[in-house]
Write a protein that binds this ligand. Sequence first.
Ligand SMILES: NC(=O)c1ccc[n+]([C@@H]2O[C@H](COP(=O)([O-])OP(=O)(O)OC[C@H]3O[C@@H](n4cnc5c(N)ncnc54)[C@H](OP(=O)(O)O)[C@@H]3O)[C@@H](O)[C@H]2O)c1
Length: 419
Amino acid sequence: MKIALLGLGTVGTGLLELIDRNKAYLAKLAQSEIEIAPILVRQINKKRDIIGDYQITDNEEIIFNDPEINLIIELIGGEEPAYTYIKKALQNQISVITANKLIIAKYGKELQQIAVQNKVKLDYEASVGGGIPLFSQIDNYFNSADIKSIYGILNGTTNYILTEMENKQISQAEVLLKAQKLGYAEQDPTSDLDGYDALYKIIILARHCFARYFALNKLSRSGITEVTLQDINIANQLGYKIKLLAKAEIIDDKYYLDIRPTLLKKENPLAQLQGVDNGLLINTFNKGDYFFAGPGAGKYPTALAVFADLKNYFVGNKNLNTKNLIKADLLDINVSEHNYYFNIKLKNTETLLKDLKKEFKNEKIEIRKIVENDLKNDYLQLIILTEKIKYNSLNNLVKIINEKYKNIFIINYLTIEGE
Ligand SMILES: NC(=O)c1ccc[n+]([C@@H]2O[C@H](COP(=O)([O-])OP(=O)(O)OC[C@H]3O[C@@H](n4cnc5c(N)ncnc54)[C@H](OP(=O)(O)O)[C@@H]3O)[C@@H](O)[C@H]2O)c1
């Protein structure tokens, strides 16, 4: 049994340690000795702290020209060359294990088909939720017809930022700098902060939960960059935590997927996730609700998830829901309904206050709670919580207020979940 490892960074190093320590166990599962091919890296001369006697190469030909390789584990990350390598491997009838959420979200359907055609496997437990065994639970336990909705905190970086802003009472920019120093955030944090990372993950989860595929470019997403410390503190006083919530739901046979900063009631288990932890809440039609949580990233938790795929490769007990995917019929976002939180600043005059309330009324937006705070220079802050409203009413309201009123400023508006 010959295995090729592509990438020897954080996760690759952790996995190599696990393989090295469990060689006898793996050999028993494989009913054959385990051999590791030269490991593919980018910088051949980089100093590495690895155990065991393993060869390293920066020449992918060594791997792709070796007819003895049965399995490739891709831990490079990013789109290219990872996509080309995975596709080539599957076409060459070599099974693949990967932790690459971008590739699986964007090309998962195509790659799964190639795997099926070539009678090989493509597994990716580590691509979502880091060390939380999500797919093995979902695939083996739930049926797609049972699942009503899934809600997740799937991005450790943004959860760390939001938690630290609240705990240390500092701005998002300050936390980001610290997170980058600690290695919790990338030097270019766009994919995390703007919600792309969470979007890739919810697409993959939704595929397993609903046995449908979702086109990446058709989905809505917003990140946490607009969330201020003030929003976090006000939400806290009102009994909520702000989280970057990933959501997938079936509504009247249509599917709704979304990534948005959202107010969650403090009692919600997702609201209680601190730092880089991830969690997933699965609501079923008749089996009750399930909550999974754990380390969303990190060398060993993630390596353990890759190792779980490796074990499954030998014992083959995975029952993937994703072999024959149907295209998901997406719900028109304009008819989706949510409760909203508004943070509005306005000149403190009776007329303006009346006008603002009138605009809410015109859009048939019912106000559930309103908190007024006096600000400096005759300004007033209004925190408004609404009843459920349609997305297009929200957009109309924001547009009208921004265009019509010089002295009303919508500082922020966020979704509230679970009212
Ligand atoms: N880190 C986590 O906590 C975590 C959690 C969940 C999922 N993941 C996923 O796991 C995968 C690996 O992440 P990681 O954190 O281990 O990444 P990493 O530390 O950046 O390591 C990447 C590895 O890939 C190699 N590499 C990069 N470009 C290459 C190229 N063009 N050709 C050959 N090798 C190349 C690098 O080589 P050099 O060593 O020579 O630079 C390095 O060994 C990613 O898909 C990531 O999204 C990571």
